[in-house]
Design a protein around this ligand. Structure first.
Ligand code: 2AM
Ligand code: CA
Length: 283
C-alpha cells in the first residue's frame, strides 16, 4: 500500500476482515430465509421490491460495522428513501465522510424473491470518496469476491484477472433492465438492440454487484446499466479495477461514487462498448 493511503487496521481488526465477516454472516442468514419471506413490499415502483430480509440483513451489517468502527459513516439502501433523487442526495450528504461504508444487503432482491439463485451482498468502504475495500458475496454458490485497493482482487483466495477478449464480437456482456420505465428502460432497450447483434451474447441476470464481480473474474467481458445507485456499484467497481478491468460512466468518463449509468469491462473492449452505447443513446 502507498504511504499516503489510509490505515486499514484500527484496534486490531482490518477493514477487509470486518467487511468479509459481515458479508458472510449476512449472506448465510439471507440464504436461510430463502423461500420463507413473510413481507414483500414495493418501493419506488412495482419493479422495486423489498422484503424483511433486506431490512434485517442491513441492520445486521450496520450493527457489526458499528461495533468495530463506531466513528465510521454508513450508507445502506434500506436506510434511504426510495427513488433516484433520494439515493443521489443521501450519497452527497455522506460523500465527504472520512470513512463511509456503502452497503446493499441484498443486490438482486427480485431474484431472491423468486428463488432465482443470482443475488449478492455488496459491501464497500470508501475513504474520502475513494473505494478502498470491496466485498461481494454470492450465498447461492458460496463465492466470496474481495478486493483491497492496490492489493488485487480475489475469489476465495484465487487472484482474479479480467478476461482477454479484445473485440465485441468475442464478448459476453451483461446489462440490467432498469426499474425506471420512462427514461432508463427505453434508453437501455435501444442499447440492447444496438449491441445484441454485435456481441457473442448478452446476459441480464439481475444483480449489478454480481455482474461486476463476474467482469472481475473474467466470466463476463463487460457490463453496463443505467440508473443504478452507489450501493449497487461501489464494491464491484474495486473488484473490476483490481482485476485489471476498467470502470467508467456511460460517456467513458472515470467512475466515481456518484456515477449512476455505469460501464465496466476487461479494459480491452471498453472504448468500443462506450462508443456503441453513446451512438445508441444519441449522446
Ligand atoms: P436491488 O436488487 O438491490 O434493488 C438489476 O438490474 C439491478 O438493478 C440490481 O442490482 C438491483 O438492485 C438494481 N435495482 C433494482 N431496482 C432499482 C431501482 N429502483 N433503482 C436502482 N437500482 C435498482
Ligand atoms: Ca438491494
Amino acid at each position: 500500500m502507498e504511504a499516503n493511503q489510509p490505515e486499514s487496521v484500527i484496534g486490531g481488526k482490518s477493514f477487509t476482515a470486518v467487511a468479509v465477516n459481515c458479508a458472510a454472516k449476512a449472506g448465510e442468514w439471507i440464504k436461510s430465509k430463502l423461500g420463507n419471506i413473510t413481507q414483500l413490499d414495493t418501493k419506488y415502483s412495482m419493479h422495486d421490491l423489498v422484503t424483511e430480509v433486506d431490512k434485517g440483513a442491513e441492520r445486521m451489517i450496520r450493527n457489526l460495522i458499528g461495533t468495530h468502527f463506531p466513528t465510521h459513516s454508513f450508507l445502506g439502501e434500506e436506510g434511504v428513501e426510495p427513488g433516484p433523487e433520494a439515493s443521489a442526495r443521501a450519497l452527497k450528504e455522506k460523500s465527504e465522510a472520512e470513512y463511509l461504508w456503502i452497503v446493499d444487503p441484498v443486490d438482486g432482491t427480485t431474484n431472491y424473491v423468486h428463488g432465482f439463485p443470482f443475488y449478492s451482498v455488496s459491501i464497500a468502504l470508501a475513504h474520502r470518496g475513494q473505494v478502498i475495500v470491496g466485498v461481494v458475496y454470492d450465498p447461492s454458490r458460496d463465492e466470496l469476491f474481495v478486493a483491497e485497493r492496490g492489493k488485487g482482487a480475489y475469489v476465495h483466495g484465487r487472484k482474479m484477472k479480467a478476461s482477454p477478449e479484445n473485440a465485441l464480437n468475442q464478448s459476453l456482456l451483461a446489462t440490467g433492465f432498469p426499474a425506471d420505465q420512462h427514461v432508463a428502460l427505453p434508453a437501455n432497450l435501444k442499447s440492447i438492440q444496438a449491441l445484441a447483434p454485435q456481441v457473442r451474447n448478452l446476459r441480464v441476470a439481475g444483480s449489478a454487484a454480481l455482474h461486476l464481480a463476474y467482469v472481475a473474474a473474467g466470466r463476463l467481458s463487460g457490463f453496463w446499466e443505467y440508473n443504478l445507485s452507489s450501493w449497487d456499484i461501489a464494491a464491484g467497481s474495486l473488484l473490476v479495477e483490481e482485476a485489471g478491468g476498467r470502470m467508467s460512466d456511460i460517456g467513458g468518463e472515470p467512475y466515481h461514487l456518484g456515477v449512476r449509468n455505469v460501464v465496466a469491462s476487461n479494459g480491452l473492449v471498453h472504448d468500443a462498448l462506450v462508443a456503441e452505447l453513446k451512438a445508441a443513446s444519441g449522446t
